[in-house]
Design a protein around this ligand. Structure first.
Ligand SMILES: [Zn+2]
Length: 321
């Protein structure tokens, strides 16, 4: 038996009672239900179990499950950690170090909260276009409408307008330009001072240290949350080295370090570099159940929380083998 279901989580919070009711995340009550479902139908394992299974062929229990939480949100300390602890489960937390070291809100998070605060997506696109046009002369960019026809493609969770905004502001435009547009939209739609917002959004170093000391796993999610497969090898190496220094600082086990690709940005070159740096496991956003005999340890697929039922009483679905 070496099947392994790795579940991926991002925001976990009481969304309906929060200031950002449009945020795409998991309701806290649904998380508690899902944890009960997993306990009932799966065998929760630790990252150490999984490393042992990949490295030394030690079999995992049937229907093994591992819980992963991306981006070091304070949600994870406040809501997730107590529930995992109560249920005797380990969580694996992937922290982009910049948010904690430099206290900066990542553009990707600004975009989430902008999108959660917008009522009319067409207005947002018009406004984004205005900002784009006010800046476009200073940057090497295509026409706005060309970006739209290229990038606006719906996926299984989001309509095409949302995908367009995410892709345009996360990756397609030059970094400086998209940073300026994100800041302007953040100020207009969220309107909160960034340092205060940062403090509210992410965990602190002490919280991460505490979780590590209590048996939780914290791994690398880079420093700046860049797309790893779009970096030059030197830049990627720097990203990884800085994130490893951070992990050392919070006393995470540097012998058995693991990673999670920001935006699932793996490639052959990235895998090679992680291998050279001694990374034991790395998680992608490919949607599948892993197998410790067949999967590549540095390309471990995951299921999204939405792929599993959110009721302790639910029947298992097609992902259950
Ligand atoms: Zn991330």
């Amino acid at each position: 038996m070496s099947n392994l279901t790795v579940v991926m989580y991002h925001y976990v919070r009481p969304i309906k009672d929060s200031r950002y009711i449009g945020i795409k995340g998991l309701e806290y009550v649904d998380f508690k239900e899902q944890v009960s479902f997993i306990k009932k139908n799966y065998n929760p394992v630790t990252i150490e179990d999984v490393i042992g299974s990949f490295e030394n062929n030690i079999p995992l229990p049937p229907n093994a499950a591992l819980m992963t939480f991306d981006d070091a949100y304070s949600d994870h300390f406040k809501y997730v950690y107590p529930i995992l602890k109560k249920n005797g489960m380990q969580g694996c937390f992937y922290a982009p170090a910049k948010t904690i070291e430099d206290k900066e809100v990542l553009d990707v998070n600004k975009i989430h909260f902008i999108l959660s605060s917008v009522y009319n997506l067409d207005d947002l696109i018009k406004e984004t276009k205005c900002h784009f046009e006010s800046l476009s002369e200073s940057y090497d960019v295509k026409k706005f409408d060309e970006y739209f026809s290229e990038l606006a493609v719906a996926n299984r969770f989001d309509p095409k307008e949302i995908i367009f905004i995410k892709r345009l502001l996360q990756v397609a435009l030059p970094e400086e330009m998209r940073g300026i547009i994100c800041d302007r939209l953040f100020e207009r739609y969220v309107g909160m001072e960034q340092a205060a917002f940062c403090e509210e959004l992410y965990m602190t170093k002490d919280q991460l240290k505490h979780m590590v000391a209590d048996g939780m796993h914290v791994g690398s999610h880079g420093y700046n949350h860049y797309w790893w497969n779009k970096l030059k090898s030197q830049e990627l190496e720097q990203e990884i080295d800085k994130s490893l220094a951070f992990l050392k600082d919070i006393n995470s086990n540097s012998e058995n370090w693991t990673a999670c690709y920001p935006y699932g940005s793996s490639s052959d070159d990235v895998v090679q570099l992680l291998q050279r740096k001694g990374c034991k496991l790395a998680f992608t956003t490919v949607v599948d159940v892993a197998n410790t005999k067949e999967s590549h340890p540095l390309l471990v697929p995951r299921l999204d929380t939405n792929d599993l039922p959110k009721s302790s009483l639910a029947e298992t679905n097609s992902w259950y083998r």
